[in-house]
Design a protein around this ligand. Structure first.
Ligand code: KDG
Ligand code: MG
Length: 402
């Protein structure tokens, strides 16, 4: 069996997606996601110019060997561009293997560990009142777990606040939008939000919050401590994690569970955090972390330290990543939760899929493979549009972490 073609498809049904389609001499094809928000074309070039030529003629059944070939063989390891390109190939190959076996992907991974995948939705509002109402709407939709983000008094554009009620898309302009950040205002506000949410809805639902890398470790510890009475499921990306050891400081001050990892690429980004039990949830997902082949290793390593998975699932991860992550979640023994930011109708139409939401859970279908396809003629109607994530500065003009 041989790979006869590998094509990169770029489409923008409301936002940009990069998809790799690998075709074989036996008529079976597989697809993988390679989207890197705001840097899409770098991955397109990496794939088209440097990966695709090496794939033609290879046996698609040798997933592990091809993974090692692309990782070790490049000499230059890791990084968001390389690992997304590897992920796209890896997922397309798993899709092919599962289709050939006539099995849904979770079966090939080892079978079901659970009936459904608990997801968290994104409730947000321009102020405290709107956010409280938004959480209520998610509860009414059946969600068991809800992330709450709110506009902060005195901060013009806080992270996580969308324009509509269901969809949130931060990559909003042809050049990065400038936003202004103030940690003091944020720290004074967030505990009030969660106090209000628990007063309004009690403790029956899981509540989550994303700090989006804005705090220093000691500020993160202070926020975690202040939020303890409101029993969060997790506090995410509360401080940047390049220096993994810095999480020790956060841990010394709070028992609020910590989640991190949506920008990690390999197990090396998380090794100290996991083995020193400095986090509770690892947020790496399929597209950012070299595909299923690598994410399985991360999850197995994490399971030794009782760290559970919490795959990133923002809208910039295409339905191909969402579908594949759901098969992974259905199998992985140390599953925690899955993020679920809904895609727009246009995106869902370009990527027909068989996963469905019911009562706070997502369920994968029984279609052989990962269950997500691409409608190429529809995709061709939406050409690439440059769109960047915002940047953040402090009030004095210094650059900060968005
Ligand atoms: O492209 C950036 C988004 O994926 C990120 O801002 C979303 O933080 C995020 C999350 O938790 O989903
Ligand atoms: Mg996040």
């Amino acid at each position: 069996m041989k790979i006869i073609s590998a094509r990169v498809i770029v489409t923008c049904p409301g936002r940009n997606f990069v998809t790799l389609k690998i075709e074989t001499d036996q008529g079976v094809y597989g697809i993988g996601d390679a989207t890197l928000n705001g840097r899409e074309l770098a991955v397109v070039s990496y794939l088209e110019d440097h990966v695709v030529p090496t794939l033609i003629g290879k046996d698609p059944r040798r997933i592990e060997d091809i993974w090692q070939y692309l990782y070790r063989g490049a000499y230059w390891r890791r990084g968001p561009v390389t690992m997304r390109a590897i992920a796209a190939v890896d997922v397309a190959l798993w899709d092919i293997k599962a289709k050939m076996a006539g099995m849904p992907l979770y079966d090939l991974l080892g079978g079901r560990s659970r009936d459904g995948v608990m997801v968290y939705g994104h409730a947000n509002g321009a102020d405290l009142g709107q956010t409280v109402d938004a959480v209520g709407r998610y509860i009414d939709m059946g969600y068991k777990a809800i992330r709450a983000q709110s506009g902060v008094p005195g901060i013009a554009m806080a992270y996580g606040v969308g324009r509509g009620t269901l969809h949130y898309e931060p990559a909003d302009a042809e050049l990065p939008t400038e936003t202004v950040w103030d940690t003091t205002k944020y720290l004074n506000f967030v505990p009030k939000l969660f106090e209000k949410l628990r007063d309004a809805y009690g403790f029956d639902h899981h509540l989550l919050h994303d700090g989006h890398h804005r705090l220093t470790p000691i500020e993160a510890g202070r926020l975690g401590k202040a939020l303890e009475p409101y029993s969060l499921f997790w506090l995410e990306d509360i401080t940047p994690a390049e220096n993994q050891e810095s999480f020790k400081l956060v841990r010394q001050h709070t028992t609020t569970p910590l989640a991190v990892g949506e920008i990690f690429n390999t197990i090396w980004d998380a090794k100290d955090l996991i083995q020193n039990q400095l986090i509770d949830y690892i947020r790496m997902t399929i597209v950012g972390s070299g595909g299923l082949t690598h994410l399985r290793r991360v999850a197995d390593f994490a399971s030794l330290y009782q760290v559970r998975t919490g795959c990133h699932g923002a809208t910039d991860l295409s339905p191909v990543t969402m579908g594949t992550a759901l098969h992974f979640d259905t199998w992985v023994p140390n599953f925690g939760i899955q993020e679920y930011m809904r895609h727009t109708e246009e995106t869902d139409a370009v990527f027909p899929h068989d996963y469905r939401f019911e009562d706070g859970f997502l369920h994968v279908g029984e279609t052989p493979g990962h269950g997500v396809d691409i409608d190429e003629s529809l995709a061709a109607r939406y050409p690439y549009k440059p769109a960047y994530l915002p940047v953040a500065r402090l009030e004095d003009g210094s650059m900060w972490n968005w």
